[in-house]
Design a protein around this ligand. Structure first.
Ligand SMILES: [Zn+2]
Length: 142
């Protein structure tokens, strides 16, 4: 399922989720011009090599591998549990935290290094102004 942001009625849930009009959404990293390290969100200096202010936007892959995860049984009020919180290494660079969906909540069934993909979906709640938000999750790649 591809969601496109053609109608503009939906907002990205995080600034690094980009929704170009009429095109599929994607995650955007900031690539260090000094060493090539990729971060999410605005940076002043590189945590890897220390260079300052030499970042450029880079479109990140929707494919990656599960680096690590945790099954969360307790969270904030109103957040449905359990769910799988995951950190994924994307192909070509970028390490992203998010929820892993469409998996059995069984550690025997979730393998470190398993191929996953980024999926984009509507957040379950609207804000107080009635705006909908586009969020991302990960799911096993077939
Ligand atoms: Zn760097």
């Amino acid at each position: 399922m591809d969601i496109t942001a053609s109608d503009g009625a939906m907002l990205p849930i995080v600034p690094f989720l980009k929704m170009p009009k009429g095109q599929a959404p994607y995650l955007e990293g900031q690539e260090c011009g000094g060493c090539g390290a990729i971060f999410l969100g605005e940076r002043i200096s590189c945590a890897s090599c220390g260079v300052e202010g030499k970042f450029s936007a880079k479109r990140l892959s929707n494919r990656g591998e599960l680096y690590v995860y945790s099954i969360v049984y307790r969270s904030f009020p109103g957040i449905d549990v359990p769910y799988v919180s995951a950190i994924v290494d994307l192909e070509g660079g970028g390490t992203v935290k998010g929820n892993l969906i469409n998996v059995e909540l069984d550690p025997e069934k979730i393998q470190m290094g398993m191929p996953v993909e980024v999926v984009y979906l509507t957040a379950p709640r609207k804000d107080s102004d009635g705006n909908e938000y586009l969020m991302y999750s990960f799911q096993p790649r077939s």
